[in-house]
Design a binder for this molecule. Structure first.
Ligand SMILES: [Fe+2]
Ligand SMILES: [Fe+2]
Length: 475
């Protein structure tokens, strides 16, 4: 599916590492990084602390914090650099030379999508001229007016839909509790699905999912479902993908029920916030939920498209990853819908965790996941996900270069710069809360840009959703 964003992710050799390219991951290494010795191990711990690493250990690919790398591991990829290590992600000749000397030889980078060589200069110039002509003051105002209208509408819907998220989460919990006791009654969830499809704004529900923490099972299922609904409709509406679902209700039901197999696990396990070790007994039980789900759903004569979502949503493109399960299933048998759902599933799990120790902002989660494209999921699925979510998903809290702070309100259109969404300013550069909130269109205001993103939990603790709901947006 073709959803070109302005940027592409590509792999380059250290000699091609151009000035100021953004490095997403270090991906190619000399032999020194195969079955590493004590010296290399110490080098990695010292220089890449806080980052993640993908290693091969005892024949399995494992993702770890760099601090847990040990002698004998083979390094496959270093990624998800903390902000303190930003200098390792901005290419310059000095960094390239230092990395080459250390045997770090290729990189996954993000760069501007370029036009075919034959056309490039003339055509690029012509496109810029046309863009300039089109960006007349009246067009700029029209855009802003529409942006303000949409943003206020979103805020209004976010206010309304919070109750619906809680209702959905309660229904999923009740459904799983009943299934645990052998009772399978789908009527409540079916009525709920119908209500969401007919009367809800999935965009608003997705914004809520970006602003609130979730539990790891019930509200997680609702959040994954509404993200899926939003993104999948857009993908299908584009006309390039033909849905395998017969109805919208079926599509949403499948997404809400992707973790239905967890109903066969002890409730204490589902409600626990502990992190289980990969080899723990608990993890072995949890890893069975895709098969449990597929069995239950097949027993209820659900269509194959729904069963596939349950059975394959943890199967990774590289099936030798230790996070890929059930074993022996092939990513090729995963449907397009399941592949998209599985990226959403990981994204929501990262972002929803914000009340626990390790909190991920939506943009951080996007950066982390971009490094796993081509490993955990196909590049084309990632490209689609990125183009629909944006680098700064709706509800992200960001700081602009003039030190003002605001919420991201939209995802830039297909041909626009994904790093430049519309932002509603809530605090000025002096840290003062504003009463009226101005919408800034970063596609138009070229002097402004997003300098960094911040955690809504750090700034507003659990009040982020209320702050968002109280926005009064003006042009
Ligand atoms: Fe799952
Ligand atoms: Fe899930």
């Amino acid at each position: 599916m073709d959803h070109p964003s302005k940027y592409i992710i590509t792999t380059v050799h250290v000699d091609e590492l151009k000035n100021s390219a953004t490095i997403i991951a270090y991906t190619g290494f000399s032999d020194h990084y195969t079955s590493i010795d004590r010296k290399v191990c110490a080098f990695l711990h010292h220089n890449f602390g806080g980052s993640k690493v993908l290693v091969s250990r005892n024949g399995k690919k494992v993702e770890l914090p760099v601090e847990q790398v040990r002698e004998g591991d083979t390094i496959i990829q270093i990624f998800s650099f903390p902000s303190s290590k930003k200098r390792l992600t901005v290419a310059d000749p000095k960094l390239a030379a230092a990395l080459k000397k250390k045997g770090i030889l290729s990189f996954k980078i993000r760069k501007l999508r370029s036009l075919p060589k034959d056309f490039s200069n003339d055509l690029q110039e012509a496109i810029e001229q046309v863009n300039l002509m089109m960006r007349t003051p009246s067009r700029k105002q029209e855009r802003l007016k529409l942006g303000v209208f949409r943003a206020n509408k979103l805020v209004e819907k976010v206010k309304e839909e919070q109750r619906k998220r809680k209702e959905g989460s309660d229904i999923i919990e009740h459904l799983m509790d009943s299934a645990r006791q052998g009772k399978l009654n789908m009527s409540d969830i079916e009525v709920y699905v119908d209500n969401v499809v007919k009367h809800s704004s999935s965009e608003a529900m997705s914004a809520i999912a970006n602003l609130k923490s979730s539990d790891q099972t019930y509200s997680h299922c609702i959040d994954v479902g509404v993200f899926f609904q939003t993104l999948y409709f857009k993908a299908v509406d584009d006309g390039k993908h033909k849905s395998t679902f017969q109805t919208k209700n079926q599509m949403l039901l499948g997404a809400f029920l992707h973790d239905f197999g967890k109903s066969q696990l002890p409730k204490e396990l589902l409600d626990s916030t502990a992190r289980f070790d990969t080899n723990s007994r608990e993890m072995q039980l949890i890893k069975k939920h895709p098969q449990h789900g597929a069995k239950l759903l097949t027993g209820m004569s659900m269509p194959d498209s729904i069963v596939n979502m349950s059975l394959y949503h943890h199967v990774k493109m590289d099936e030798s990853l230790n996070t890929s399960y059930p074993e022996k299933l092939s990513y090729n048998d995963s449907t397009f819908e399941t592949k998209l759902l599985s990226v959403i599933d990981i994204y929501q799990a990262l972002v929803g965790k914000r009340s626990y120790k390790r909190s991920w902002t939506p943009p951080q989660a996007m950066r982390y996941l971009s490094a796993l494209a081509g490993i955990e999921y196909e590049e084309s699925i990632w490209d689609l996900f990125l183009s629909l979510m944006g680098e700064f998903p709706v509800g992200s809290l960001v700081i602009l270069n003039d030190d003002s702070m605001g919420f991201v309100m939209n995802v830039p259109e297909k041909d626009e710069d994904l790093l430049r969404p519309q932002v509603v300013i809530i605090r000025n550069a002096y840290g003062e809360d504003l009463e009226k909130h101005t919408l800034v269109d970063l596609q138009e205001e070229k002097d402004l840009f997003i300098k960094s993103d911040v955690s809504v939990t750090d700034v507003f603790s659990s009040q982020a959703i209320n702050r968002f709901s109280e926005l009064r947006i003006v042009a």
